[in-house]
Design a protein around this ligand. Sequence first.
Ligand code: IVH
Length: 670
Amino acid sequence: MKDIQARVNELHQLLHQYNYEYHVQDNPSVPDSEYDQLLHELIDIEAKHPEFKTSDSPTVRVGGEAQSSFEKKRHDTPMLSLSNAFNEADLRRFDQRVRDAVGPVEYMCELKIDGLAVSLKYVEGKFVQGLTRGDGTTGEDITENLKTIQAIPLTLKTPISFEVRGEAYMPRKSFLKLNELKEKRDEQPFANPRNAAAGSLRQLDSKLAAQRKLDVFIYSINDLTELDATSQSEALDQLDDLGFKTNHNREKVKDIEGVLDYIERWTKQREHLSYDIDGIVIKVNALDYQEEMGFTQKSPRWAIAYKFPAEEVVSQLHDIELSIGRTGVVTPTAILEPVRVAGTTVSRASLHNEDLIHEKDIRIGDHVVVKKAGDIIPEVVRVILDRRPSDAKPYHMPTHCPSCDHELVRIEGEVALRCINPKCQAQLVEGLIHFVSRQAMNIDGLGTKIIEQLYHYDLIKDVADIFYLTKEDLLPLERMGEKKAQNLLDAIEKSKQQSLEHLLFGLGIRHLGAKASQVIAEKYETMDRLFTVTEDELVEIYDVGEKLAQSLITYLENDDIKRLIEKLKSQNVNMTFKGEKLSDIEGHPEFNGKTIVLTGKLQQMTRSEASNWLKQQGAKVTSSVTKSTDLVIAGEDAGSKLTKAQSLGTEVWDEAQFIEKQSEINKQGV
Ligand code: IVH
């Protein structure tokens, strides 16, 4: 036994040493094969003699038992964030504030690693707990996953007790490999290394996390009294000595000019790094000055993060494709030569409308500058005229709908072109999808794929046809089994009981959102009564404007619609208001109690539709971004609210992410 213990100790020591040389110093002294051989020897010993397995054994790097959830833990001291600077003026103002407070200072410039903040706790030199940032006060315990990051020392060279903080990230190479693998497996690839790192750290199975090849840079020590450093630069050097991996591209500079020079150099060099950075962090170097300046509620006064401007890259416009929404709006989309921008590959960008295409003089074949607004939404910024090919083709929106060939119209006062053919296929399919969505008839399980198939097999042509479906109709569809078909039929049957406002909303009447549907259904109570109201009566209702009143009356006067309603009635679809108040509707945990801001132009729905939906999920929708905003949903051309959200570090979703979440929730039918 003694011999085994001695060998285990020896293996620990060797493996820790080799690991450190390889992953921290980037300077291995033995070939990989030797490391692997020793590691396997240790794995074998631990398998035969589990009593020798310790929590800091090098074998924990390969991951352990899967967990069912992550425990929430409070941070000893809150994990704050940094205030942001976007340009030279912001930086000079920061410098002025510093000099006003403590006089001229040296600054430490560091790369701002684009990953996830983590805090690592050591007790007597042993790594005991690793947390995510969470909301800054409480994080999630991801110790087991962090142990799989080889650059995180499990045992320090000195038995010291303290907490360090740093950024866990996924190197570009690991990211590309991971996405290749995901694509091969037909899985959705990660959008960027940051998301991939976040996803990996949230793996409940640490064996899977271990395969993800994450890395870390440590940038601060929580309790500086444990070290005898007098500056950030000394603290980082001492972290190196203890066995941590710090980023060596840091530089101490003597004033703000030095900071600007460092930023200029790294703006150019960042693309050559093996990991993503999203800015530069500037810190007052001397610790006593840091202490003198202190903190605001959310960030230190002695540091600032300079954020790189949205990356602009050149691509070529191969084509312009059109998509047709439920209301017939035809939106042009740029089909681009795929390019990497701000961490993801972009091959499409909305061009919004024809006016914009002409304003920017965008022609098919052009070389164009592409960026992501707010690093999220792809956008064509401008054309590079010098590189315009001689055969570049000016673009004109078609005069007829690409789906049904009906003439397109431009409604007065709107920039968008619309197909106004009520029988347009593309619109009908979108309309069917809308009809079954949660806020409307809420037919669980009837997704886009199924609707498209049913439409193309001529099984549903209007919304009423849904109620005529039989099992024989459903069974031949792709991936449809007996059970799924029955569930679907049950869901269709159940939806017949929906209160009138859901049916009204589901019909997709222009300008009629969920809120107005509720108000109108509450007031008139039955569909029959609704057929008798006049425009004048309608506009008297608060929440109902002239446009809506007009559109509703025109809709109800249409003979096709009258027949459609009769068809629905004959299938026993409920046509009465059942008294469900908006406030009675249960929220969804994802949004319940959250404060959300909508900004920019949404393509697939109006902002008020989005807002009503969010309110139904229990969210509070507000108009300005503040500290207490939980989420910002940013459509196209989002401006200052998006910038503000970014500077506050607020979570931001684009419309696609929102719609994805919406349909997920709609499908759950909570
Ligand atoms: S210092 C009080 N240094 O940037 C916070 N942060 O809001 C002190 N980050 O998520 C942070 N690289 O995790 C610091 N060299 C660096 C950094 C860095 C990346 C992250 C940090 C946080 C965000 C700042």
